[in-house]
Write a protein that binds this ligand. Structure first.
Ligand code: G3H
Ligand code: 13P
Ligand code: NA
Ligand code: ZN
Length: 328
């Protein structure tokens, strides 16, 4: 059944677990997540970006998710809008049947330029008023996601400016978070703690000073009733990086957010963990390997099935590690 993010987050908080929120654009991603959830008996958050609706087409994306709910009636599913850039994007997601929306007012609607506190507060409060009137959950974001190593916002394919940001902008301030929650009434808050979108997050295994899990603890102490969301939380699996490069790909050496660090964050109030890159990498690696090893094959179902199975493996590992397995 379809549920709201708020219901799932409240239950996760009572039971001290976190939820991976996987981005979906196509059937194989949806099937991989649902099959893994079925196997682990976990609830699910399927999140679609505005880019996903553009890629699949709004009716197709909506029906993919409705199809998932119909095929797995015993699995609770949240249909969440990822990174809404303005009120219109959030409203159209609600009209499409999303039970939860993210209003990302940390950036202007170009999704590149860092926004002022007042802009963020006003646009997020407006979305909360509209969404809550219809029983829809709202996630806000305070602070700019980006690397504390380089000051760059990351994300090679869309968001993020080319300007360098200082640590102040790249770390959510706990006092400001408390004020933001009070002034907007958001259900969940995405925070900046040194993670960034995309594959190129850290140049080596992240130390405590570039991945600030301690900051999550401080924020949680100030806003214990607001569910904390970690974005840019792919772990960038070394084994998939190697498979991609061994089968004709060309990705640079890079490190993601270790699963252990996320598990630590979950102890301090993280309830939703956004993951897109890991499934993209598993999918690409599996397709490259399959085509290389099966040169006579021209049936896309064969290599797309390989991609689905590879993604399913990652989903299962995250459901188990974050503690949501067994909670469907
Ligand atoms: O935060 C960004 C997500 O990875 C979604 O990316 O806008 O390319 O669908 P997208
Ligand atoms: P990754 O690029 O680390 O997978 O992050 C995805 C994300 O935060 C989507 O909102
Ligand atoms: Na989101
Ligand atoms: Zn994100």
């Amino acid at each position: 059944a379809m549920i709201t993010l708020r219901e799932l987050m409240d239950y996760a908080a009572e039971n001290n677990f976190g939820m991976p929120a996987f981005n979906v654009n196509n059937m194989e991603q949806v099937r991989a997540i649902m099959r893994a959830a079925d196997k682990c008996n976990s609830p699910v958050i399927l999140q679609g970006s505005a880019g996903a609706r553009k890629y699949a087409g709004e009716p197709m994306l909506r029906h993919l998710i409705e199809g998932a709910v119909e095929m797995f009636p015993h699995i609770p599913v949240v249909m969440h809008q990822d990174h809404g850039s303005d009120e219109g994007v959030c409203l159209r997601a609600i009209q499409s049947g999303f039970t939860s929306v993210m209003m990302d007012g940390s950036l202007m609607s170009d999704m590149k330029t860092p926004a002022s506190y007042e802009y963020n507060r006003d646009i997020t409060a407006a979305v909360v008023k509209m969404a809550h009137a219809g029983g829809v959950t709202v996630e806000g974001e305070l602070g700019c996601l980006g690397s504390l190593e380089t000051g760059m916002m990351g994300e090679e394919d869309g968001h993020g400016s080319d300007e360098k940001l200082d640590a102040d902008a790249l770390l959510t301030d706990p006092e400001e978070a408390a004020q933001f929650v009070k002034e907007t009434n958001v259900d969940c808050l995405a925070v900046a703690v040194g993670t960034s979108h995309g594959a190129y997050k850290f140049t080596s295994k992240p130390s405590d000073d570039v991945l600030r899990i301690d900051r999550i603890k401080e924020i949680h102490e100030r806003i214990p009733d607001t569910h904390i969301v970690m974005h840019g939380s792919s772990s960038v699996p070394e084994e998939w990086l190697e498979i991609i490069n061994n089968y004709g790909g060309d990705m640079g050496q890079t490190y993601g957010v270790p699963v252990d660090a996320i598990v630590e964050g979950i102890k301090y109030g993280v309830r939703k963990v956004n993951i897109d890159t890991d499934l993209r990498m598993a999918s690409t690696g599996a397709v490259r390997r399959h085509l290389e090893e099966n040169k006579s094959n021209f049936d896309p179902r064969k290599f797309l099935k390989a991609a689905e199975d590879a993604m399913m493996g990652i989903c299962e590992a995250r459901f188990e590690a974050f503690g949501c397995a067994g909670h469907a």
